[in-house]
Design a protein around this ligand. Structure first.
Ligand code: URA
Length: 227
C-alpha cells in the first residue's frame, strides 16, 4: 500500500516536472465530472455537429435562430474558444463573424494562419438573450460538446478568449489581467488565456491591452514552433 502511494507521488512529481519544463504553471481541471461523464458518443465530427445543431438540452435552444457548433480545421493544432455566439453568429450559424470576429480574424492572420487553419468555437453554442453572460447551469449542460470537440480535434494549444472561456479551463479566482500571459494545462492541452476581442474593441484606444494580447499570441506561436 505504502509503495503504491509512493509510486503515485513520484509519478505525479515527474509529471509536474515535465509540465514545468514546458512552461506550464498550473494544472487544473475545473469542469465538473458530471459534464465529462455526459460527453456525447457522437462517432464523427459531423454527427457531433448535428447533435449541437439540434440540441435541446437547455432553454437557450428555444430562443436561438441557429446553434453555432464552431468551424475550421478538424485537425487543428490551435483552437480559439470564446464565450457564446452573439447576434451575428446566431443569425449566420458561424462563430466570431461580427465585429469581435473581424478582430479575431485579424489576430489569426497576424499569427500567419487563416481562419480555416485553426478551429474556432465557444464555451456555449447558443446565444444567450441580450448577450448576457451564460449561466453556470447552461455552461455545464453545454460543456460535453466542447469537451468532445477538444477530444476529437486534439489541439496542441487552446487560446481561451475572455473570462468565461478561461474559467472553463482554469480553476482560479484571478482576474484576466493576472491570468493572461501564462500557460495552464487542461487534459494535456496547453491553455493560453487572453483578453476577449470585444474587450479590445471596448478599449480601442488602449495600446497596452493590444500589446498584451500580441505578447500572448507570440508565446502561443513559440510553443507551436512558429517563431
Ligand atoms: N463573442 C464570442 O465570445 N463568441 C462569438 O462567437 C462571438 C462573439
Amino acid at each position: 500500500m505504502g509503495n503504491k502511494i509512493d509510486k503515485i507521488f513520484s509519478d505525479l512529481e515527474e509529471r509536474m516536472k515535465y509540465f514545468s519544463q514546458l512552461g506550464v504553471e498550473y494544472l487544473s481541471s475545473p469542469v465538473s465530472s458530471s459534464a465529462s461523464s455526459t460527453i456525447p458518443k457522437s462517432p464523427s465530427f459531423l454527427s457531433l455537429r448535428k447533435d449541437i445543431l439540434y440540441c435541446q438540452r437547455c432553454s437557450l435552444s428555444q430562443e436561438r435562430k441557429n446553434a453555432v457548433p464552431g468551424e475550421g480545421n478538424q485537425e487543428a493544432e490551435l483552437m480559439f474558444v470564446g464565450e457564446a455566439p452573439g447576434h451575428d453568429e446566431d443569425v449566420q450559424g458561424q462563430p466570431f463573424v461580427g465585429r469581435a470576429g473581424q478582430l479575431l480574424t485579424k489576430i489569426i492572420n497576424a499569427m500567419d494562419y487563416q481562419r480555416q487553419d485553426v478551429f474556432i468555437t465557444n464555451v456555449i453554442k447558443c446565444r444567450p438573450p441580450q448577450n448576457r453572460t451564460p449561466y453556470k447551469k447552461e455552461i455545464e449542460q453545454c460543456a460535453p460538446y466542447l469537451l468532445k470537440q477538444i477530444q476529437m480535434i486534439d489541439p496542441r494549444v487552446i487560446v481561451a478568449l475572455g473570462k468565461v472561456a478561461a474559467d472553463f479551463f482554469i480553476d482560479s479566482d484571478l482576474s484576466m489581467s493576472l491570468l493572461r500571459g501564462n500557460f495552464y494545462e487542461f487534459q494535456k492541452v496547453r491553455i493560453m488565456p487572453t483578453f476577449h476581442p470585444s474587450y479590445l474593441i471596448r478599449n480601442e484606444g488602449n495600446r497596452e491591452i493590444k500589446k498584451m494580447v500580441w505578447e500572448d499570441m507570440k508565446k502561443v506561436l513559440a510553443v507551436l514552433g512558429k517563431k
